[in-house]
Design a protein around this ligand. Structure first.
Ligand SMILES: [Zn+2]
Length: 96
């Protein structure tokens, strides 16, 4: 996906390319650009569901189409240490 401002650069945060993000950030206008949410609440719901249904932790990243590292990071960010813990242990075991 390309940058929503210039249409050229590769979109990153807030669907802006790096140079555009920088320009807007410097201008203090970041709030005018929509923050792109990765639907973490949806993912967390799915993780809870997997946990409640006794799905092996090793299956979680696959089911959610995420890497164990990304999943772990997201759970920690959400303050869900009880769910992030098993994922980080999994990551230690499967370091590829
Ligand atoms: Zn741009």
């Amino acid at each position: 996906m390309n940058c929503i401002r210039c249409g050229n650069g590769r979109a990153r945060a807030r669907r802006l390319c790096k140079p555009c993000y920088w320009v807007i950030c410097q201008a203090g206008e970041l709030d005018r650009w929509p923050r792109v949410r990765k639907q973490s609440s949806q993912i967390i719901e799915n993780v809870r569901w997997l946990a409640e249904n006794n799905t092996p932790v090793v299956e979680w990243p696959k089911r959610l189409k995420m890497t164990p590292a990304a999943l772990e990071r997201m759970l920690y960010r959400a303050g869900l240490h009880d769910l992030a813990g098993p994922v980080s242990r999994l990551r230690g075991r499967e370091d590829r």
